[in-house]
Structure formats: C-alpha cells, structure tokens
Design a protein around this ligand. Structure first.
Ligand code: VGL
Ligand code: ZN
Length: 247
C-alpha cells in the first residue's frame, strides 16, 4: 500500500482523561483514574504522538476529538432515575423541521433512524471538567483541529462525523473534504465505540480508512464487543495496520 501522507489525516479519537487509567503528567501532576477508564487506555498516546509527528512533517492533518457532554446528558445513567450503568434505553429522535444544522448524512444505503438505542454510562467527559481534558501526554503541537462532539443533551455522538441520529454533522467531513484528504487513519479510545463508529462513517463516506491497531484500546462491554467491532470493520473494507510498520 502506497500512502500519500500529504492527503492523509489522523483522527485521534477521545484520548481524554476520563477514558484513561490514572497517570502522572510531565509536570508531576497526578490524574486519577477516569470515570469510564478503558484498560491500558494511556498506551495509545505514544504511538499517536509518533504518527502525528510523521504526518505533520509530511503535510498531512491531525484531528483530535473530544467527547464533550453537558451535565444531565442523555448517555449518563445518572440522568435516568432507576436505571443503571450499561442498561440500554431507547431514545426518540426529533425529526420534525430539519434545521440548518441537520444535514442529510451522505451515508448511502443506511436508513436514517427515528429512534436509537442508547447504552447508559457513568458521568464522563463533562464539558470543562478535568476528565474531559485531552490526556496530558498527547502532543497537541501536531494537532491541527479539535472537534468536540456529544454536546447536544438529548443525543449522543459516538462518531466523529455524525451524531447518533446519523443526520447531524460535526463538520469533520467538510473539513477533510476541503483539504482534499483521501485517507483517514484512526487511533484512540474506544475501539468498540467511538473509534468503531468513526471508522465506519469514514469508510462509508469514501475515505480509505485505516485503524492503527497499536494505537487503540477497547471498553469490552458487552462481552466480545471489541472482537465484534474488528469483524464488522474488516467486512466494511477498513484496513488495519500497526503504526510502526507504516513508513
Ligand atoms: C465513548 C462511551 C461513551 C468513546 C464515549 O469515546 O468510545 N464511549 N462515550
Ligand atoms: Zn460519551
């Protein structure tokens, strides 16, 4: 595979304190375990920094995303009295009067839902909180753009491209198209949620899509969700590479 780095972008998905185990940053400040910590989540930082630097020097683009929820967010179990973490609820989607913000997702063949299943999570990535900050080891010098998602109270956004209603754009597609990006590399957290949904949207939108296997870690709930995510991504035409093997 010949890679045109100049027309490539790296998406660093949700490398945030709330998705990471406890760590001490370069300044000696201790960050406690995140509320939705992914096992070994901090391990994505080093390979992402290396690859971001490579892409940066080659003229490619690096985008970091941040899960960025308001208090009382629909995905928080605490917002639904009587429900508990990992319960699943059905969230209706308001499809009346599409506003200017609602762009028809150009995801051919995917029926736009009128309701979505929502897994309930612990409170996490609350706007402005320490848990919502990008991991202290992530080198932001190589990051061109930060996309925040999940800030609508009533609907979640696993994908970096579209909210879970599959209609409302985050603006990322336009950013990449405007820069004539053809290849999207992904790493970050979590393999079975936000990386998965972002990668699936990227390939459906026509980008050559590569998941960096050494730069992702998964939640693994429900049981087997990481393996399932890899199977579905492979079937969809997504490639997998170890970032160290890319030159
Ligand atoms: C994520 C669960 C809830 C993720 C975000 O970044 O994968 N997972 N919110
Ligand atoms: Zn979230």
């Amino acid at each position: 595979m010949v890679i045109d780095f100049f027309r490539s972008a790296l998406l660093e998905i949700d490398v945030q304190n709330d998705f990471c185990p406890a760590y001490t940053n370069a300044g000696g400040v201790r960050f406690p375990e995140g509320t939705l910590a992914v096992k070994d989540g901090g391990a994505v930082v080093a390979p992402l920094n290396r690859f971001a630097e490579k892409l940066n020097y080659a003229g490619g683009k690096v985008v970091a995303t941040q899960d960025w929820h308001p208090l009382g967010h629909v995905s928080f179990a605490s917002s639904h009295p009587g429900m508990k973490i990992h319960d699943v609820i059905t969230v209706p989607i308001d499809i009346s009067g599409d506003s200017g913000k609602k762009t028809e997702a150009s995801l051919t063949g995917i029926p736009l839902p009128s309701a979505v299943e929502q897994v309930l999570w612990p409170d996490h990535c609350v706007q402005g909180s320490a848990g919502a900050q990008l991991h202290g080891g992530l080198n932001l010098n190589f990051v061109n753009c930060i996309i925040r998602k999940g800030s609508s109270k009533e609907i979640d956004s696993y994908s970096a491209f579209f909210e879970n209603d599959r209609r409302t754009s985050t603006g990322l597609e336009g950013y990449l198209r405007d820069l004539d990006i053809g290849t999207v590399f992904l790493g970050g957290l979590a393999t079975d949620y936000c990386v998965f949904y972002s990668a699936m949207d990227a390939v459906r939108l026509g980008f050559v899509t590569v998941v960096l296997t050494d730069a992702v870690r998964g939640v693994g709930s429900p049981e087997g969700s990481v393996e399932k995510a890899f199977d579905v991504m492979r079937s969809a035409g997504i490639s997998f590479m170890d970032s160290k093997e890319i030159r």
